[in-house]
Design a protein around this ligand. Structure first.
Ligand SMILES: NC(=O)c1ccc[n+]([C@@H]2O[C@H](COP(=O)([O-])OP(=O)(O)OC[C@H]3O[C@@H](n4cnc5c(N)ncnc54)[C@H](OP(=O)(O)O)[C@@H]3O)[C@@H](O)[C@H]2O)c1
Length: 329
């Protein structure tokens, strides 16, 4: 049966303006890094996308290398788009990126104009799209002049292959430089995508201030620390978890005793707030108005439903915030 999105899809989700741009993003966005590759079950990926859109998640985040194998998440997403979302393209914000290794030779990774332009052309083909909404440079390139990388983003936007430009994994200082170059070129930087969670907090030491000053949005990735900040690893490593899967990026050794002891304490605090730990971890990031959206991943629909309920309570008392700081110390 053809997919028909829920008529109620815009009733619950909160939308936040992305920096000082005209674009609003859902407070929760869905990433396709894991669980959408050829190694995964396509019908499960499809169900996740349906549930997301039914609940007002309008933003789906990809990259050239997502899979495995690399490129397969874009291919699968392209199939599902064609089957189910064709009539809804104008309700979707689709992003992709280039920066990591994709193909052999000197033009298959990093930040040259040659690589970025070729990679986006490949991504558009895989997804069956004429344009993406956001195109990111995925990671800073120590060798290519920043001007060249930013000129490539500017060119891509002017060509209409992307509507907006973004950067990811840039430190505060290099982000400030990139934002300035893009502004001078006439293509403002829309958004920055950094890693940020209760366990990874470098963005608090300068980057968030830069983004606020410059009017650039912020969409943290891995806000659940790849699943650590959920109730998943309270009693060991489940067989179907990212830490146990050979294709998962979370390593077993990251589920350390020290981490699990913190996770248990955070879980108790979440329960006192009548939230699951995943909900509290997302709310903890979204409490900061400089954050546009949290970019989550899910391996099944039940997890997405759980995460969506984080929006029911984004407020923290100062006692709760102090308790979290004490646990994280
Ligand atoms: N720019 C970059 O360099 C970069 C890097 C990484 C990611 N990203 C983006 O960020 C997105 C999200 O990253 P991520 O997948 O690492 O995010 P995450 O939300 O921190 O972790 C997702 C994992 O957490 C578990 N999970 C999620 N909700 C849960 C719940 N309610 N209860 C229990 N477990 C739950 C699932 O693990 P199981 O699979 O074990 O069930 C899920 O696969 C990616 O898809 C990608 O779009 C960008």
């Amino acid at each position: 049966m053809a997919y028909l999105p829920a008529a109620s899809r815009y009733t619950q989700m909160q939308y936040r303006r992305c920096g000082k741009s005209g674009l609003k993003l859902p407070a929760i966005s869905l990433g396709l890094w894991h669980n959408f590759g050829h190694v995964d079950v396509l019908e499960n990926s499809r169900k996740i996308l349906h549930l997301a859109f039914d609940n007002g998640i309008t933003h789906f985040d990809l990259a050239n290398n997502y899979g495995p194998p690399p490129g397969s998440a874009e291919e699968n997403f392209g199939h599902i788009l064609k089957d189910d979302f064709k009539s809804y393209r104008d309700e979707l914000i689709i992003s992709t990126k280039a920066g990591y290794y994709m193909w052999e030779g000197p033009y298959g990774e990093w930040g040259s104009k040659k690589y970025l332009v070729s990679s986006l052309d490949q991504s558009l083909k895989r997804m069956g799209l004429e344009y993406v909404d956001i195109f990111y440079h995925h990671r800073p390139d120590p060798d290519t002049p920043l001007e060249e990388t930013m000129m490539a983003l500017d060119l891509i936007v002017r060509q209409g292959k992307a509507l907006y430009a973004g950067i990811s994994n840039y430190g505060a200082e290099e982000a400030a430089k990139a934002i300035k170059i893009l502004r001078e070129l006439g293509t403002p930087c829309l958004i920055h995508q950094p890693k940020y969670s209760m366990f990874v907090r470098w963005v608090e030491e300068g980057l968030l201030d830069v983004l606020e000053e410059e009017g650039v949005g912020c969409i943290p990735f891995s806000p659940l620390a790849q699943g650590l900040l959920t109730n998943k690893y309270l009693k060991g490593i489940p067989a179907d978890s990212r830490a146990a899967k050979p294709t998962g990026f979370l390593k077993e050794e990251e589920v350390s005793e020290e981490k699990v002891s913190k996770i248990k304490k955070l879980n108790e605090l979440a329960q006192q707030r009548n939230q699951t730990l995943a909900q509290m971890a997302l709310a903890w990031i979204l409490k900061d108005q400089r954050i546009t959206s949290v970019l989550i991943g899910v391996s099944r629909t039940e997890q997405l439903t759980d995460c969506l309920h984080s929006l029911d309570n984004l407020a923290f008392s100062s006692e709760e915030l102090n308790a979290i700081e004490n646990i994280l110390k």
